[in-house]
Write a protein of this length. Sequence first.
Length: 212
Amino acid sequence: MKKLNKSLQLSTKFSYWYSKNKTKDYKSTNDPFYYDVLYELLIIQEGLCAYTEIRMIDEKSLETLKSGFNDGKYSIDFRPQTPAQIEHFSKLKKKSNGWDWNNLFAVYIDINHKKNYLEDRYGVSSILKPDNPSYDPLKYLMYDSSNHIFFPNSKLKKPLQDKVSKMIIVLGINNDFIKMQRREYINSIKEKEYFLEKKLVINQFITAYNMI
Protein backbone atom coordinates (compact mmCIF):
# COMPACT_ATOMS: atom_id res chain seq x y z
CA MET A 1 0.00 0.00 0.00
CA LYS A 2 1.79 3.07 -1.24
CA LYS A 3 1.77 6.52 0.32
CA LEU A 4 -0.68 9.02 -1.21
CA ASN A 5 -0.53 12.77 -1.61
CA LYS A 6 -4.21 13.74 -1.63
CA SER A 7 -3.97 17.29 -2.85
CA LEU A 8 -7.44 18.38 -4.03
CA GLN A 9 -6.88 20.23 -7.32
CA LEU A 10 -9.61 19.43 -9.85
CA SER A 11 -12.84 19.39 -7.81
CA THR A 12 -12.67 22.99 -6.67
CA LYS A 13 -16.46 23.45 -6.64
CA PHE A 14 -16.72 20.50 -4.27
CA SER A 15 -13.98 22.01 -2.13
CA TYR A 16 -15.87 25.30 -1.88
CA TRP A 17 -19.18 23.53 -1.18
CA TYR A 18 -17.59 21.39 1.52
CA SER A 19 -16.16 24.44 3.26
CA LYS A 20 -19.78 25.58 3.79
CA ASN A 21 -21.29 22.14 4.51
CA LYS A 22 -18.91 20.26 6.79
CA THR A 23 -21.65 18.38 8.63
CA LYS A 24 -23.57 17.41 5.49
CA ASP A 25 -24.89 13.84 5.39
CA TYR A 26 -23.30 11.40 2.97
CA LYS A 27 -25.84 9.92 0.52
CA SER A 28 -23.55 7.99 -1.80
CA THR A 29 -24.15 8.29 -5.56
CA ASN A 30 -27.18 10.55 -5.03
CA ASP A 31 -24.94 13.41 -3.99
CA PRO A 32 -24.16 15.95 -6.73
CA PHE A 33 -20.42 15.81 -5.99
CA TYR A 34 -20.08 12.04 -5.69
CA TYR A 35 -18.45 11.48 -9.07
CA ASP A 36 -16.31 14.61 -8.79
CA VAL A 37 -14.78 13.19 -5.62
CA LEU A 38 -14.57 9.57 -6.82
CA TYR A 39 -12.88 10.51 -10.08
CA GLU A 40 -10.40 12.88 -8.47
CA LEU A 41 -9.51 10.16 -5.97
CA LEU A 42 -9.01 7.67 -8.82
CA ILE A 43 -6.73 10.17 -10.57
CA ILE A 44 -4.70 10.78 -7.40
CA GLN A 45 -4.46 7.03 -6.78
CA GLU A 46 -3.46 6.40 -10.42
CA GLY A 47 -6.45 4.13 -10.91
CA LEU A 48 -5.54 1.81 -8.03
CA CYS A 49 -7.44 0.83 -4.90
CA ALA A 50 -6.02 2.94 -2.08
CA TYR A 51 -5.56 -0.08 0.17
CA THR A 52 -4.92 -3.14 -2.00
CA GLU A 53 -3.45 -1.49 -5.14
CA ILE A 54 -5.55 -3.62 -7.46
CA ARG A 55 -6.25 -1.72 -10.70
CA MET A 56 -9.84 -0.44 -10.93
CA ILE A 57 -9.69 1.48 -14.20
CA ASP A 58 -7.42 1.31 -17.24
CA GLU A 59 -4.92 4.05 -17.98
CA LYS A 60 -6.69 5.31 -21.11
CA SER A 61 -9.98 5.80 -19.25
CA LEU A 62 -8.10 7.50 -16.44
CA GLU A 63 -6.75 10.06 -18.90
CA THR A 64 -10.31 10.71 -20.10
CA LEU A 65 -11.37 11.36 -16.51
CA LYS A 66 -8.58 13.91 -16.16
CA SER A 67 -9.85 15.81 -19.19
CA GLY A 68 -13.44 15.73 -17.90
CA PHE A 69 -13.01 18.44 -15.26
CA ASN A 70 -13.98 21.94 -16.36
CA ASP A 71 -14.26 24.98 -14.09
CA GLY A 72 -13.84 22.85 -10.99
CA LYS A 73 -16.44 20.17 -11.75
CA TYR A 74 -16.56 16.91 -13.68
CA SER A 75 -18.76 17.83 -16.63
CA ILE A 76 -18.61 15.21 -19.41
CA ASP A 77 -20.87 12.20 -19.97
CA PHE A 78 -18.11 9.60 -19.71
CA ARG A 79 -18.96 7.27 -16.79
CA PRO A 80 -16.61 4.28 -16.84
CA GLN A 81 -17.75 0.99 -15.34
CA THR A 82 -15.41 0.51 -12.44
CA PRO A 83 -15.51 -1.47 -9.17
CA ALA A 84 -14.35 1.65 -7.33
CA GLN A 85 -16.39 3.21 -4.54
CA ILE A 86 -15.79 6.10 -2.16
CA GLU A 87 -14.68 4.65 1.15
CA HIS A 88 -14.64 6.34 4.56
CA PHE A 89 -11.48 5.44 6.43
CA SER A 90 -13.28 6.02 9.72
CA LYS A 91 -16.93 4.93 9.81
CA LEU A 92 -17.67 7.28 12.69
CA LYS A 93 -16.71 10.33 10.65
CA LYS A 94 -19.11 9.25 7.91
CA LYS A 95 -22.01 10.08 10.23
CA SER A 96 -20.73 13.39 11.57
CA ASN A 97 -18.68 14.70 8.68
CA GLY A 98 -19.59 12.64 5.63
CA TRP A 99 -17.57 14.55 3.03
CA ASP A 100 -14.34 15.09 4.94
CA TRP A 101 -11.78 14.89 2.14
CA ASN A 102 -9.12 13.59 4.52
CA ASN A 103 -11.33 10.61 5.35
CA LEU A 104 -12.14 9.56 1.78
CA PHE A 105 -10.45 7.07 -0.55
CA ALA A 106 -11.37 5.21 -3.74
CA VAL A 107 -11.49 1.53 -2.86
CA TYR A 108 -12.36 -1.76 -4.58
CA ILE A 109 -16.06 -2.46 -3.96
CA ASP A 110 -15.71 -5.82 -2.17
CA ILE A 111 -12.98 -4.46 0.10
CA ASN A 112 -15.21 -1.50 0.93
CA HIS A 113 -18.15 -3.71 1.87
CA LYS A 114 -16.09 -6.09 4.00
CA LYS A 115 -14.31 -3.25 5.80
CA ASN A 116 -17.58 -2.16 7.42
CA TYR A 117 -17.80 -5.18 9.72
CA LEU A 118 -14.03 -5.68 10.00
CA GLU A 119 -13.75 -2.15 11.36
CA ASP A 120 -16.50 -2.93 13.88
CA ARG A 121 -14.53 -5.96 15.03
CA TYR A 122 -10.95 -4.67 15.06
CA GLY A 123 -11.34 -0.90 15.18
CA VAL A 124 -9.41 1.51 12.97
CA SER A 125 -6.00 3.13 13.38
CA SER A 126 -4.31 5.77 11.26
CA ILE A 127 -1.04 3.82 11.37
CA LEU A 128 -1.72 2.48 7.84
CA LYS A 129 -3.74 5.45 6.58
CA PRO A 130 -2.13 5.96 3.14
CA ASP A 131 -2.23 9.78 3.25
CA ASN A 132 -0.93 9.96 6.82
CA PRO A 133 2.21 12.17 6.79
CA SER A 134 4.07 9.58 8.89
CA TYR A 135 3.01 6.59 6.80
CA ASP A 136 5.80 4.72 5.04
CA PRO A 137 5.19 1.19 3.69
CA LEU A 138 8.83 0.24 4.25
CA LYS A 139 8.58 1.31 7.88
CA TYR A 140 5.42 -0.62 8.72
CA LEU A 141 5.19 -3.50 6.26
CA MET A 142 7.09 -6.49 4.92
CA TYR A 143 6.13 -8.86 2.12
CA ASP A 144 6.22 -12.64 1.97
CA SER A 145 6.95 -13.37 -1.70
CA SER A 146 6.21 -17.09 -1.32
CA ASN A 147 2.68 -16.66 0.01
CA HIS A 148 2.16 -13.16 -1.41
CA ILE A 149 0.97 -11.62 1.83
CA PHE A 150 1.92 -8.51 3.75
CA PHE A 151 2.84 -8.66 7.43
CA PRO A 152 4.10 -6.16 10.03
CA ASN A 153 7.71 -5.08 9.85
CA SER A 154 9.62 -7.28 12.29
CA LYS A 155 11.62 -4.25 13.46
CA LEU A 156 8.53 -2.68 15.01
CA LYS A 157 7.81 -3.02 18.70
CA LYS A 158 5.12 -5.55 19.59
CA PRO A 159 2.29 -3.02 20.25
CA LEU A 160 2.89 -1.42 16.84
CA GLN A 161 3.07 -4.82 15.15
CA ASP A 162 -0.33 -5.64 16.66
CA LYS A 163 -1.79 -2.38 15.32
CA VAL A 164 -0.40 -3.03 11.86
CA SER A 165 -1.70 -6.63 11.90
CA LYS A 166 -5.22 -5.47 12.69
CA MET A 167 -5.16 -2.79 9.99
CA ILE A 168 -3.88 -5.27 7.39
CA ILE A 169 -7.06 -7.24 8.13
CA VAL A 170 -9.39 -4.21 8.25
CA LEU A 171 -8.12 -2.77 4.95
CA GLY A 172 -8.33 -6.12 3.17
CA ILE A 173 -4.69 -6.03 2.11
CA ASN A 174 -4.46 -9.83 2.33
CA ASN A 175 -8.03 -10.49 1.23
CA ASP A 176 -8.12 -13.93 -0.45
CA PHE A 177 -9.26 -12.61 -3.83
CA ILE A 178 -6.74 -9.76 -3.75
CA LYS A 179 -3.97 -12.15 -2.73
CA MET A 180 -4.82 -14.44 -5.66
CA GLN A 181 -4.82 -11.56 -8.14
CA ARG A 182 -1.58 -10.18 -6.72
CA ARG A 183 0.15 -13.57 -6.89
CA GLU A 184 -0.92 -14.21 -10.48
CA TYR A 185 0.03 -10.73 -11.66
CA ILE A 186 3.43 -10.57 -9.95
CA ASN A 187 4.39 -14.12 -10.90
CA SER A 188 3.49 -13.36 -14.51
CA ILE A 189 5.58 -10.19 -14.49
CA LYS A 190 8.54 -11.92 -12.87
CA GLU A 191 8.41 -14.76 -15.40
CA LYS A 192 8.40 -12.30 -18.31
CA GLU A 193 11.27 -10.34 -16.78
CA TYR A 194 13.27 -13.53 -16.40
CA PHE A 195 13.00 -14.45 -20.07
CA LEU A 196 13.32 -10.88 -21.38
CA GLU A 197 16.17 -10.13 -18.98
CA LYS A 198 14.85 -6.65 -18.20
CA LYS A 199 12.51 -4.87 -15.83
CA LEU A 200 8.94 -4.26 -17.00
CA VAL A 201 6.60 -1.38 -16.27
CA ILE A 202 3.91 -2.54 -13.85
CA ASN A 203 0.51 -0.94 -13.31
CA GLN A 204 -0.82 -2.50 -10.09
CA PHE A 205 0.37 -4.10 -6.83
CA ILE A 206 3.34 -1.77 -6.94
CA THR A 207 4.32 -1.93 -3.27
CA ALA A 208 4.39 -5.73 -3.26
CA TYR A 209 6.44 -5.81 -6.45
CA ASN A 210 8.94 -3.28 -5.09
CA MET A 211 9.38 -5.28 -1.88
CA ILE A 212 10.33 -8.49 -3.68
